[in-house]
Design a protein around this ligand. Structure first.
Ligand code: NAP
Length: 244
């Protein structure tokens, strides 16, 4: 199978670093985004100027037909899809009693149904090839409780369940499914916390710093590569020791 990857939420943060690293390791990459066309296109230009194969595609991962259209466009541009990095996600802090039904639904639509939509869109290629790799991006808060992030935490725990069960179901087909659980990573997502809290979180991290998008991209690329050819259904926490 040729190396062809879709990275959902590839325009910024962790997905951006993963797309860059994968492109430089020979993948044709589709940089998916929802709003930030500027960021996606800037990365695409950077990668193509460096001789990599890259394209951008706007799709809200919560929208199954938009995700299906993206997969078709990638097939047309680069051929069958061999790697999915299901990374797009949203987060936010609120007390549980204040969570509205609409917020609950949106978190699950993006963080969980978004993965469902993306996996379903790429699976036909992988099943046909009896090969492929799917990497989901959960969170350490999918493994531990997170006060004021109950909904986010619930969506990330669901992703871990999806990863393990899908890995079992797909193992006989040669498709591997693994999950990365980042700790606190210095991206746009956490800026809302403010510098003081980020400094505290760095202090609470045994390795003494926040993670970088590149730290997580390295874990994603391990699961994507043949270096992990006998690894499936695994959940790799990359959090500087935060939840040890
Ligand atoms: P980020 O900097 O906020 O970037 C989010 C990315 O996801 C952007 O590319 C955004 O696209 C895209 N996105 C958001 N909603 C989308 C949707 N409905 N459809 C398609 N794309 C969408 O976030 P990040 O920190 O890189 O986080 C990436 C993943 O890691 C998320 O799943 C997050 O939960 C997880 N994670 C992050 C941390 C952390 O500390 N940062 C920790 C644990 C887990 P636009 O640019 O178009 O908005």
């Amino acid at each position: 199978m040729d190396k062809v990857a879709i990275i959902t939420g590839g325009s910024r943060g962790i997905g951006r670093a993963a797309a860059r690293r994968l492109a430089h390791s020979g993948y044709a990459v589709c940089i998916n985004y929802r709003e930030r066309r500027d960021a996606a296109e800037q990365l695409c230009d950077e990668l193509t100027a460096a001789g990599c194969r890259a394209m951008t595609w706007q799709a809200d991962v919560a929208d199954a037909s938009a995700v299906g259209a993206m997969a078709n466009a990638v097939r047309e541009a680069f051929g069958p899809i061999s790697l999915l990095v299901s990374n797009a996600g949203i987060a936010g802090q609120m007390q549980f009693q204040d969570v509205t039904e609409a917020q609950w639904n949106r978190y699950f639509d993006v963080n969980v149904k978004g993965a469902f939509n993306a996996v379903q869109a790429v699976l036909p290629d992988m099943l046909h090839a009896h090969a492929g790799s799917i990497v989901t991006v959960s969170s350490m808060w999918g493994l531990r409780g997170a006060s004021c992030e109950v909904v986010y935490s619930a969506t990330k725990a669901a992703l871990i369940g999806l990863t393990r069960s899908l890995a079992m179901e797909l193992a006989p087909t040669g498709i591997r499914v693994n999950c990365v659980c980042p700790g606190v990573i210095n991206t746009d997502m956490v800026q809302v916390l403010g510098q003081e809290t980020l400094d505290e979180l760095a202090h609470m991290t045994p390795l003494g710093r926040l993670g970088t998008p590149e730290d997580i991209a390295a874990a994603i690329c391990y699961f994507a590569s043949d270096e992990s050819s006998f690894v499936t259904g695994q959940v790799l926490t990359a959090d500087g020791g935060f939840i040890l």
